[in-house]
Design a protein around this ligand. Structure first.
Ligand SMILES: [Zn+2]
Length: 292
């Protein structure tokens, strides 16, 4: 049985074909342009027709999603995409059942199976990238909350008087450790016009300011994760997203700080790792979600 997963991001669309245990069979990347959703969906459709037969389609995308009807109401990455009936479109064109979910939920479900092999039933994945996302699995099931918005880990307040966040609140975790937050911390330390990846390169070469940026990052991250551990007492937590590639610069300081924040017993129990397949998690998880 083969499944299709589609991760629609702000810059690229990743399409995967997997088997039912999450093993990757095919992987296609196409750029996301600012074309209309209809044109972009048409391009996805062309690719899907080349994949042979499959059972179902899962689509992961950032934004406000009507999960039951498979409608993307709004996406922060794709400003032209409003009330796009993704489920209806693909089901009509291909007569294959289609589900649509938040990209962070998809990543969490993918990581639950790929990284955790379904053995860790209470499971959280935190995506570290432009934004900070999260997906929560409780007793082996994705926890969506009452209206589907659960898991907005990036928007927990960690400082009520902190900097303004993209969501309108102040002092969210994302305002500190989202890409913009990292760049702001760097600017304060005299590193201007720079990206998180370049800061990481500098830190690896021994640049003191750059090392300090990731030290601060790790401390804020530990505050957020400490809160999650105390609230959810999970079995396992994984990190994915582009910035998780800098885990070598984060790990030590993060665990030192986490020991000060989280309760001892849940901290001794939990397994925390960087995902083994962070680039494909969203698409693989979307495909696996479509199977259920
Ligand atoms: Zn926020």
């Amino acid at each position: 049985m083969k499944l299709v997963g589609i991760d629609i991001g702000g810059t690229k669309i990743l399409i995967v074909l997997i088997d039912s245990s999450g093993i990757l069979k095919k992987r296609i990347e196409i750029p996301t342009t600012d074309a209309t959703p209809l044109i972009v969906c048409g391009r996805i459709l062309e690719q899907l027709k080349l994949l042979g037969s499959f059972e179902s389609i899962g689509i992961g995308i950032a934004g406000d999603i009507d999960n039951k009807n498979g409608i993307l109401r709004y996406s922060p990455n794709l400003y032209k995409w409003k009330n796009v009936k993704l489920k209806q479109y693909f089901e009509k064109k291909l007569t294959v059942p289609t589900v649509v979910d938040n990209d962070a939920n998809c990543a969490a479900y993918g990581s639950y199976i790929v990284d955790g092999k379904k053995k860790y039933k209470n499971f959280i994945t935190v995506t570290l990238g432009t934004g900070i996302g999260g997906g929560i699995i409780i007793n082996g099931k994705l926890f969506r909350g009452s209206t589907g918005s659960a898991g907005e880990i990036g928007h927990m307040t960690i400082n009520p008087d902190g900097p303004k966040c993209s969501c309108g609140n102040r002092g969210c975790l994302e305002a500190y450790i989202g890409a913009k937050g990292i760049i702001k911390t760097a600017a304060k330390m005299g590193l201007k016009n720079i990206t998180p990846a370049i800061i990481a390169d500098k830190a690896r070469k021994g640049n003191r300011q750059a090392i300090m940026v990731y030290k601060k990052f790790s401390e804020y991250l530990a505050v957020g994760i400490g809160n999650l551990i105390n609230i959810f007492n999970p079995d396992m937590l994984t990190f994915s997203g582009g910035v998780s590639n800098n885990w070598d610069l984060i790990e030590k300081r993060f665990f030192d700080e986490l020991k000060k924040r989280a309760f001892k017993t849940p901290l001794e129990h939990i397994k925390i790792i960087k995902s083994k397949n962070p680039e494909n998690l969203g698409a693989i998880g979307a495909a696996l979600l479509s199977k259920r």
